[in-house]
Design a protein around this ligand. Structure first.
Ligand code: ADP
Length: 514
């Protein structure tokens, strides 16, 4: 016995645990429960209100009828007395005979609490069936008579399980004598009607609640079905099927909009994922070339054992150049990765742009001299103070000058000009190279993009030559709140133009991969 009681208790506890968990985790259940609770409150208020109104109206109607009855009976009584010229008591006996109602009774009582007239009709029970000549004291009507004798009107209700009687007592003066007049009304039918109303409510409200809870659950389930479908589909979307989208029903409702927002998010994730993949492919492709060079230099050196020291030195030089190139590519990639994550430390301080230009030109001169290229610069006489990251600005200038030297023919000329207007500094780097084909001008700022015809010319430059220089330049300009563009390009050369706002706004955009 004890064991089964314990297991019942445990079963109950685990059911409540399941139910409360379900309530917390299921919107459908919560909606249905809230729906039923709110409906219960509305139904309770509405039916309680109607019941009260109905009960009060019934009671008021009976009270009014009793008062009217007293008035009408008194008039008849007065009439009898005048007609027969009899005593008020004899007239009262006469009047009650004429004044008969099946559910109402009139009782006339004199000052000594004696019943002098009572109308006939079926018994009322409840101790209210007094007879003519009977003393009222000791009957349930005594308090009414006492009140009436004091000149008060009084109402009282008598009831048991079966019957319900309303009584009204008042003082009536006929001729010179005063009497207490009690009118009884059998209100059993009315109270039965009220209790039927109560019982119907007691049955109808739980049924309505049950139906509304079931209906609410069904409604919530039907309206949330698309969410379930969406979450199941979304759960199956991964790296291998990022192109898939949630199915929209084109209902333009909230769920449809949620689906559309999710699809747009998926599109952005897919785009970022694709760019990341392309970036990885391009990076490994670029790193493959120097690795292959190192490997073949080693293979050639090892192929024969009788190599002279010059040959080994050549092999080591080739290996070192390839390693330097690899280091630059890795360095550039690392910089762009940190820029993407907005983790590259940009340290702004007061610099003079003309000084940065002069030092970049000096750094590039040996490379340019090797190809007999002249680098000239022009800076305004006035100083050009600027708040920026000196290392990044130096890198920007070197990338542009390096490209200008790299893509100019032997004996060419590279010019760098600094100017200022009301709002910006403008740095223009012009070369005498063969220019960039029209169709590729919009692509050169993309990562790893290299114009096919210029690939062979990258050797001997100070930057990676992997198509990352202009991407880095664009990011550096962006963090300084400026812009960079290919201003002109033709068969006699190209001009890259950098604009840096003089009131430099601090910006930290991620490096665009576009
Ligand atoms: P790279 O390291 O290959 O120079 P960049 O991002 O700096 O990469 O430049 C991308 C491509 O744009 C270059 O490979 C080249 O094809 C073209 N380009 C850049 N600057 C010049 C220039 N001054 N003249 C001609 N082509 C240029």
């Amino acid at each position: 016995m004890a064991a089964s009681a314990t297991s019942r208790r445990e079963a109950r506890r685990s059911y409540f645990h399941w139910a409360s968990n379900h309530f917390r985790t299921s919107i459908r259940v919560r909606l249905a429960v809230w729906y039923a609770v709110i409906l219960a409150a509305i139904l309770a208020a509405f039916s309680g209100g109607s019941y009260l109104y109905f009960a009060r109206a019934t009671s008021a109607r009976i009270d009014r009828a009793l008062v009217d009855h007293v008035g009408a009976f008194t008039a008849v009584w007065e009439g009898e007395r005048e007609e027969d010229r009899s005593t008020p008591s004899a007239a009262a006996v006469q009047a009650v005979r004429e004044f008969r109602f099946p559910d109402r009774r009139v009782i006339v009582i004199d000052d000594r609490a004696r019943v002098i007239a009572v109308s006939g009709g079926p018994p009322f029970r409840l101790g209210l069936d007094v007879a003519e000549g009977e003393n009222i004291s000791g009957t349930p009507l005594a308090p009414l008579v006492t009140a009436a004798a004091r000149g008060l009107t009084m109402r009282q209700r008598f009831s048991d399980d079966e019957r319900n009687v309303r009584a009204f007592a008042s003082r009536v003066t006929i001729g010179s004598a005063a009497f207490s007049l009690i009118v009884l009304q059998d209100a059993t039918e009315e109270s039965e009607r009220l209790s039927t109303f109560r019982e119907s409510l007691a049955v109808a409200i739980p049924i309505a609640l049950l139906l509304s809870a079931v209906g609410g659950y069904w409604l919530a389930r039907a309206s949330l079905a698309p969410v379930m479908a969406m979450s199941e589909h979304a759960d199956q979307i991964g790296a291998s099927n990022l192109h898939e989208r949630l199915e929209l029903r084109n209902t333009h409702d909230e769920l449809d909009r949620l689906g559309a927002v999710f699809n747009r998010l998926l599109a952005r994730v897919e785009d970022a994922f694709e760019r990341q993949r392309r970036f990885m492919t391009d990076a490994s492709h670029e790193l493959r070339t120097p690795v292959a060079i190192i490997r073949s230099a080693a293979d050639v050196s090892l192929a024969r054992s009788d190599r002279g020291s010059d040959e080994y030195r050549d092999a080591l030089r080739i290996t070192r150049d390839a390693a330097v190139r690899m280091a630059r590519i890795v360095d550039d990639l690392f910089m762009l990765a940190r820029a993407d994550a907005e983790q590259y430390p940009v340290t702004r301080c007061d610099v003079y742009l003309e000084e940065l230009i002069v030092s970049a030109v000096q750094a590039m001169r040996p490379v340019a001299a090797a190809r007999e290229i002249a680098i000239v610069f022009s800076v305004p006489e006035q100083e050009a103070p600027y708040s920026g990251d000196p290392a990044l600005l130096q890198r920007l200038l070197l990338n542009l000058l390096d490209n200008a030297v790299k893509f100019s023919p032997v004996g060419g000329r590279v010019t760098i000009v600094l100017e200022r207007d009301a709002s910006d500094y403008r740095i223009a780097v012009t070369d005498t190279g063969h220019g960039i084909p029209e169709a590729e001008r919009s692509l050169i700022f993309r990562r790893f993009y290299q114009v096919a015809s210029s690939r062979s010319q990258s050797s001997g430059s100070t930057t990676s030559g992997a198509g990352l220089g202009l991407s880095i330049a664009r990011w550096i300009v962006a963090v300084h709140g400026g812009s960079i563009a290919l201003a002109e390009s033709g068969s006699d050369g190209s001009t890259f133009l950098v604009r840096l706002p003089r009131e430099s706004a601090t910006a930290s955009p991620a490096a665009s991969q576009g």
